[in-house]
Ligand binder design. Structure first.
Ligand SMILES: Nc1nc2c(ncn2[C@@H]2O[C@H](COP(=O)(O)OP(=O)(O)OP(=O)(O)O)[C@@H](O)[C@H]2O)c(=O)[nH]1
Length: 414
């Protein structure tokens, strides 16, 4: 198709020409252009002229169409809610941040859809802000894990206060995978971090997970984004290192810190080897008074053990430090090490790569969770599950055969 026929086909060709290559590449096509785009093929030809790969354009169209669809699907009241939360959030209003997190945590399907429109808006805002920040991420995301009683909340209280005094805005998301399954809570009693919770530059929020790993992935990832949109530049995600949630958390942060008490091997039994392998920094807590000597010993043990671990980064080797939240000793050194890590990861490009990979993991985790929900609630399967589970438990049926039967029933019925 030559320029003349393009002009005939698109009377507004001159206008179309004004759209920059860059705006296409950022996967954005202004909604107002859609009336001008009559067929995808024609546009591909138009784009070939401007050296734009058709796949990028297709992706851009699909993306924008999805966002438009989502936004158009909202009624006035819902749209007003999204607008109110979005503007309040980016202006730093804590109440709006809290309400926005509650919205993303909702299990109601309509609320989930509204939340996605909000998240999409916040993501666009992020992209803009990161561009203004020369591509540098808006916040430093740190995962903190350790066994119960390791001193996590005492550390976060002390560390968080030091950071706010230095001018940072700190958000603490406490992921508690136990709360909905056991009715009890590993992390969440209200007396934790009392001083930090009164600090106007800190925001503490328990992150309920509905007891599923998928719950951790969805709500925590989205809460991180919202906190960053609200201007928090340091996000601490706390979790108890005795289950699977810490692995999920490690997949959503820039740096993973493991807090270990100066205790003997037995008390650290619950800590899985895998979690140590994921740590970028191990901090031995409570290194004060009588505990200084055991803290030194544990530190030396971990220094040697970590030398044997596979290297995960070209620019960083995991460090083992000692600190005391009671005396404050070692806390500032820890922050120095953490910023050193952040700077190295940023300048080497590893941080950007890591975050990109995490986006993909996030997407697949969500798909996995939704597929499993879909499978469990499918008409052809739902009623068979208790019976087959029972047979597997009593040893009448092998788990493999039971799984095959359920999968077959799922596949055979539409
Ligand atoms: N000596 C000393 N004790 C500490 C220090 N930090 C915490 N503790 C004590 O260790 C105990 C557990 O501390 P927490 O901060 O509640 O530990 P946690 O890891 O948050 O515990 P969970 O909330 O159960 O997961 C408390 O009695 C604290 O007073 C420290 O730096 N030095």
């Amino acid at each position: 198709m030559n320029t003349l026929s393009l002009l005939l086909r698109f009377p507004h060709y001159r206008f179309l020409r004004k759209i920059s290559f860059k705006s296409f590449h950022s996967n954005f096509i202004p909604g107002s252009l859609f009336p001008y785009i009559q067929s995808f093929n024609s546009v591909c030809l138009y784009c070939t002229k401007w050296m734009l790969p058709a796949s990028d354009l297709k992706r851009g169209m699909c993306y924008q169409a999805t966002v438009d669809q989502q936004t158009q699907g909202l009624c006035d009241k819902e749209q007003r809610l999204v607008d109110k939360l979005y503007s309040g959030l980016i202006q730093g209003h804590r109440a709006c941040l809290a309400e926005a997190i509650t919205l993303v945590e909702s299990t109601q399907s309509r609320k989930k859809e509204i939340a996605q429109v909000l998240i999409q808006k916040v993501l666009s805002y992020h992209r803009e802000q990161e561009k203004l920040n020369k591509g540098k991420p808006l916040a430093f995301r740190v995962g903190l894990s350790g066994p119960p009683g390791a001193g996590k909340s005492t550390f976060i209280e002390c560390f968080g206060k030091m950071l706010t005094e230095r001018g940072h805005k700190v958000s603490v998301l406490a992921v508690d995978p136990s709360s909905s399954t056991s009715g009890g809570s590993l992390l969440g009693d209200k007396t934790r971090m009392t001083e930090l919770s009164r600090d106007m530059n800190a925001y503490i929020r328990p992150s309920p997970t509905r007891g599923t790993l998928g719950g951790v992935t969805r709500t925590t990832n989205e809460a991180i984004l919202l906190c960053e949109g609200g201007g928090y530049d340091i996000i601490l995600v706390e979790t108890v290192g005795v289950g699977q949630s810490e692995f999920a958390v490690a997949d959503m942060v820039d740096m993973f810190v493991l807090l270990l008490p100066p205790a003997g091997g037995d008390e650290l039994q619950g800590i899985k080897r895998g979690i140590i392998e994921m740590a970028d920094l191990v901090a031995i807590t409570k290194a004060d008074g009588d505990l200084v000597v055991p803290a030194r010993r544990i530190q030396a043990e971990y220094v040697s053990a970590m030398k044997l671990l596979r290297k995960r980064s070209k620019v960083w080797r995991p460090k083992v430090m000692r600190m005391s939240a009671k005396t404050g000793e070692g806390i500032s050194d820890m922050w120095d090490k953490m910023t050193e890590f952040h700077d190295l990861m940023l300048t080497s490009g590893e941080l950007v790569t890591k975050r990109r990979k995490q986006q993909k993991v996030w997407m697949w985790n969500l798909i996995q969770e939704n597929m499993l929900d879909h499978f469990r609630s499918h008409l052809a399967v739902r009623d068979k599950i208790p019976l087959l589970e029972e047979k597997v438990l009593s040893g009448v049926l092998s788990p493999g055969l039971a799984a095959d039967l359920l999968l077959k029933a799922f596949k055979d019925r539409p």
